[in-house]
Ligand binder design. Structure first.
Ligand code: AMP
Ligand code: GLY
Length: 423
């Protein structure tokens, strides 16, 4: 069996790692992959955003299954293009991927499905938007409609800040066409959790909840990043929260999409805010989260291929998915300067030593240069460990992190601390 994984980050390395253990021993390809995926799969030199290039490769090589990591190819319609050629894809079609690709669409479907989310208004005119500010308290949340590489959300503390942000988004088009329309919404207090819902269009299986750490520095300070670490299970997402998420969020969303003739197949990432206003949806993503995948996917005890195939075939059942029952934590090691400008090509050492400490080191931004492992991105590595409890998982992960070095490496020292406070 041949499997193609699309993407090149820690998420894709973790998916490739899990697929490589499958009883069916699939032959794995990764487009474009990184130095980590190259150890378990054949990297294919096609960008994850080059749909014609991916399709050409797939038509020539006929993978039995394609797993799409990032949102951009899904929003560009990679699943539709592959399916039109009779190729099986784990990942939603373009229309379904709009849950991530368009904040306006996502809010509209939530409203129609009765899914709890922050009160909101949509604007396509900057003057109207500025006028609309009077309906909200501060801070107020402003979201560019389209994909903006995680930068399209602005939390404005004052009216002056909000006005300036609206002008930047809607008039100056700081995020390009993504700012044609904006969502203005109420700021919700609380703690976030990420829930991955496996979906086959109708049936749903939730994976254990995780929590990301979006800010670059300890105690949630500094600018936002792609994510600096994660852990699972997240105690904030109690049984009750998970049941609520399934019944009052994911199932109604799939039903509302079906009513519109859209079948959601793949993983639906539910970004929750749990706080004084109960459980609310902040966002949906149409894919696995990164770095949450680096703890959640390794926590799946069962083989992954039958699960992904069941999502494609519409035969998903709970008994396909068993969970290891241990805690897992992952710590992202980033290049100096990240999330701002950072150098590339820094030699990396200590991976074998981290593995000896019991860690799984997933590569995010790495490459081989003259036979040496070097950095090639902002998030460089993500170091995952399991433990009988979260404390043990975190201790082991940091033991691994301390054994790895590259010039200027930085990471957060407080992964899972919120969970420790709660526990
Ligand atoms: P999004 O891309 O919609 O998840 O937004 C990115 C981040 O902005 C979230 O992970 C939250 O930390 C924050 N955020 C988004 N919407 C809200 C909201 N309504 N209230 C508070 N924080 C929010
Ligand atoms: N970790 C958040 C995301 O993948 O969007």
């Amino acid at each position: 069996m041949k499997i193609l994984v699309i993407g090149s980050g820690g998420r894709e390395h973790a998916i490739v790692w899990k697929l490589a253990q499958d009883a069916g021993r699939p032959e794995i390809f990764c487009a474009p992959g990184n130095a980590g995926t190259a150890e378990l799969a054949t990297n294919v030199a096609v960008s994850a955003e080059d749909i014609p290039g991916l399709l050409a490769w797939a038509k020539a090589n006929r993978p039995d299954l394609t797993v799409v990591g990032p949102e951009v190819p899904l929003c560009l319609g990679v699943a539709d293009a592959f399916e039109a050629e009779g190729l099986r894809v784990f990942g939603p079609c373009r229309e379904a991927a709009r849950l991530e690709g368009s904040k306006v669409f996502s809010k509209e479907v939530m409203e129609a499905a009765g899914v709890p989310t922050a009160r909101f208004r949509v604007y396509d005119d900057v003057k109207d938007a500025i006028g609309g500010l009077s309906e909200f308290d501060y801070p107020v949340v402003l979201k560019a409609d389209g994909l903006a590489a995680g930068k399209g959300v602005i939390i404005a503390a004052t009216r002056a800040e909000a006005k300036e942000a609206l002008q930047r988004m809607m008039t100056e088009r700081a995020f390009g066409d993504a700012g044609t329309e904006i969502v203005m919404e109420e700021f919700l207090e609380g703690e976030e959790a990420s829930v991955f819902a496996l979906c086959d269009g109708e049936h749903v299986v939730l994976l254990p909840a995780a929590q990301d750490h979006k800010r670059v520095f300890d105690h949630d300070e500094g600018p936002n990043t792609g994510g600096m670490g994660a852990y699972t299970p997240a105690p904030i997402a109690t049984h009750e929260v998970m049941r609520f998420t399934r019944r009052n969020v994911v199932e109604p969303m799939l039903k509302e999409l079906r009513r519109r003739g859209i079948s959601y197949k793949g993983v639906l990432f539910v970004g929750l805010m749990i706080g004084p206003k109960g459980v609310n949806v902040l966002e949906f993503n149409c894919r696995f989260g990164d770095p949450e995948t680096e703890v959640v996917v390794p926590s799946i005890a069962s083989d992954l291929v039958p699960i992904l195939n069941a999502c494609v075939d519409g035969t998903l059942t709970e008994d396909l998915v068993s969970i290891r029952g241990e805690a897992a934590a992952t710590v992202v090691m980033a290049a100096p300067g990240y999330p701002g400008h950072y150098p590339k090509g820094l030699p990396i050492t200590g991976l074998a030593e981290a593995a000896e400490a019991g860690c799984h080191v997933f590569h995010a931004g790495t490459a081989m240069k003259d036979g040496r492992l070097v950095t090639s991105g902002g998030r460089v590595l993500t170091v995952t460990a399991f433990g009988k409890d979260l404390r043990e998982a975190v201790t082991t992960a940091y033991d691994g992190v301390r054994r790895i070095s590259f010039e200027g490496a930085h990471y957060r020292h407080d992964i899972a601390e919120k969970a420790f406070h709660r526990l």
